[in-house]
Design a protein around this ligand. Structure first.
Ligand SMILES: Cc1noc(C)c1-c1cc(NS(=O)(=O)c2ccccc2)cc(C(=O)O)c1
Length: 130
């Protein structure tokens, strides 16, 4: 109904704003677009569910996320994939892992500080009612 559509629209606005702010952070430049399989030919052999900020935005616009929890499952793939694909103890891998951990902490801090628990509960109730 209309009230429920207003809640889901507010969710999409919140999630888009989170991604816009992450995209402005230079540490997260490598997470803004899909890993380029021309540059990284074996990437899709290692990483089964690639994810990046531009794909998250597309998913939001396609109304894929009905709760913040569903969004977080995909957003977490970005840093999880980076840790998995870049495990070595060399400076380049360590640098991308450091940025992956910064992304994990930053997303969690934004959600903790800015998401009203009652709002997420309303989203979950709408989800369960459908
Ligand atoms: C992410 C990621 N996960 O595994 C790896 C490896 C990376 C990753 C991939 C790239 N090169 S890329 O062409 O695929 C690209 C450039 C700009 C935005 C998005 C992707 C660069 C870097 C970097 O640290 O600069 C990191």
């Amino acid at each position: 109904d209309k009230q429920e559509e207003d809640v889901l629209r507010e969710l999409r606005l919140f999630l888009r704003n989170v991604i816009e702010r992450l995209s402005l952070d230079r540490r997260f430049r490598a997470f803004t677009k899909p890993v380029d399989t021309e540059e990284v030919p074996d990437y899709l052999m290692v990483i089964k569910k690639p994810m990046d900020f531009s794909t998250l935005l597309t998913n939001i616009d396609e109304h894929k996320y009905h709760t913040v929890r569903e969004f977080m499952a995909d957003a977490d793939l970005i840093w999880q994939n980076a840790l998995e694909y870049n495990p070595d103890n060399d400076p380049i891998d360590r640098h991308i892992r450091h940025r992956a951990c910064a992304l994990k902490d930053t997303v969690r801090a934004i959600i903790r500080d800015e998401l009203d628990g009652d709002f997420e509960r309303v989203c979950e109730e709408i989800r369960e009612s459908r």
